[in-house]
Ligand binder design. Structure first.
Ligand code: HSE
Length: 430
């Protein structure tokens, strides 16, 4: 390490899970971190709206005044780990305006305001590091932007939300209830401050918007990502999926079609034999398909204090070493459009166990031109607590989503159908 180089002084905004992880990483082995930074590295100032923490790095000043941290001339690099849009967005804007490099884990701010922020950063000649915004500890930003920078990416698909994968795994493998699994994900620091963001697919949509922008140089725009979460999935779906050879995963998908880019997040039946199907717990996995490399899979801890902090720290080290990428790819002119590609679907309906209901349901699908690929024998559904109810479970041939949804609303209107009909896309991983 060159001791003649002045130290790089960090100002950390926020004191949640990731900030605590960052403090731990930097304070546990300062000599090694400074060695990697090529100069001493210190957390000079921490600001948070919550009170002063019990454990603080030595010499770090604490205050609840976030704006003062940004303006402090003693702060060289601003590390924004507050989450949410405001005040995080304004603080990042201000830091860039002052010519300070920013490191952030804030996927929402980037997915909503990324274009303007990168314009501002480039005008001031400073970088924004955002490795921690997607995939937690997986270096997927670097992989897509730098390692695959010369390749032509055609598709990015994967598990990009650790909380939903954790919930689905706990429900499926351990029989946990949705509520208990979510409470556990919260306690472990995986869930967003507003857990609906995880459950409804909002967080995954932010991440897909970021990856699509990097892959094809299109504007950051979460508004275009077709969004579906896991709220409607219950344990019966997971059990039936298993019997059919699948597991349920929440996927993010961005792919290049002939004339546009499709972006969506959705729960899907994934074959147990598929690599994504074997990804459990908080783990994230992103499969990238590109012309030169073919398929590559990036896998690792998708949330949590130390994994995410490691991504933040890697951005800080890049800044310390003057090797941050300041420019984003901006060659794409493709329009982002809703996915209308065909898919096969899993459908489950609970019905009164009366003769003719199954026939009505299958006739209705046939009437919409939807073929059936697999059908489980209707079963008396003990879970319903009534011997007169049965579950009808089937997998369709490939069909358009709009046609499938129309059919489901008609099935839902059959008087013998009880409760909501489950409809889950099948992703074979082709
Ligand atoms: N809530 C997010 C997740 C945190 O579960 O993936 C990491 O971005």
């Amino acid at each position: 390490m060159n001791h003649s180089v002045p130290p790089l002084k960090l100002g950390v905004c926020g004191l949640g899970t990731v900030a605590s992880g960052l403090i731990e990483l930097i304070t546990q082995n300062p000599a090694r971190i400074s060695e990697r930074a090529g100069r001493p590295l210190s957390i000079t100032r921490i600001a948070s709206r919550t009170p002063r923490p019990a454990r603080m790095p030595a010499h770090a000043e604490f205050s609840t005044d976030l704006a003062a941290l940004i303006d402090d001339p003693e702060v060289d690099v601003v590390v924004e780990l507050i989450g949410g849009v405001e005040p995080a967005h304004s603080l990042i804007e201000r830091a860039l305006e002052l010519g300070k490099p920013v490191v952030t884990a804030n996927k929402e701010v980037l997915a909503r305001h990324g274009d303007a922020l990168f314009l501002r950063a480039s005008a001031r000649g400073v970088p924004i590091g955002f490795e921690a915004s997607v995939g937690g500890g997986i270096p997927i930003i670097k992989a897509v932007r730098e390692s695959l920078g010369g390749d032509e990416i055609s598709r990015i698909v994967g598990i990009v939300n650790g909380t939903t994968n954790f919930i689905l795994s706990r429900m499926d493998e351990d029989g946990a209830s949705f509520e208990d699994a979510l409470a556990e994900a919260k306690a472990l620091g995986y869930a967003e401050a507003v857990p609906d963001y995880d459950i409804e697919g909002v967080d995954a949509a932010h991440k897909v918007a970021i990856l699509a922008s990097l892959a094809w140089g299109i504007p950051f725009d979460v508004g275009e990502v077709h969004m579906q979460g896991i709220a409607g999935i219950d344990r019966d779906d997971l059990a039936f999926a298993r019997r059919l050879g699948y597991v349920v995963r929440h996927l993010g998908l961005a792919q290049k079609a002939e004339t546009h880019i499709e972006t969506c997040v959705f729960p899907a039946l994934v074959p147990k034999s598929n690599l994504l199907g074997s990804v459990c717990g908080v783990t994230n996995a992103v499969e990238v398909t590109s012309r030169a490399l073919g398929k590559s899979l990036f896998i690792g801890a998708g949330a949590g204090a130390l994994p995410t902090a490691n991504s933040v720290l890697s951005d800080v080290l890049d800044i310390a070493n003057g090797r941050s990428v300041k420019r984003l790819p901006s060659h794409g002119r493709e329009r982002v459009a809703d996915s209308q590609s065909c898919a096969t679907y899993y459908l489950r309906a609970q019905a009164d166990d009366k003769t003719g209901v199954l026939a009505r349901l299958t006739d209705l699908l046939a009437g919409q031109g939807i073929g059936i690929d697999a059908l489980l024998q209707p079963e008396i559904d003990a879970a319903l607590g009534s011997p007169s109810a049965a579950s009808i479970v089937l997998i369709t041939h490939a069909t358009e989503e709009s046609r499938m949804r129309q059919a489901v609303s008609r099935i839902q209107a059959i008087p013998e159908i009880r409760g909501p009909v489950s409809l889950i896309r099948v992703f074979e991983g082709e």
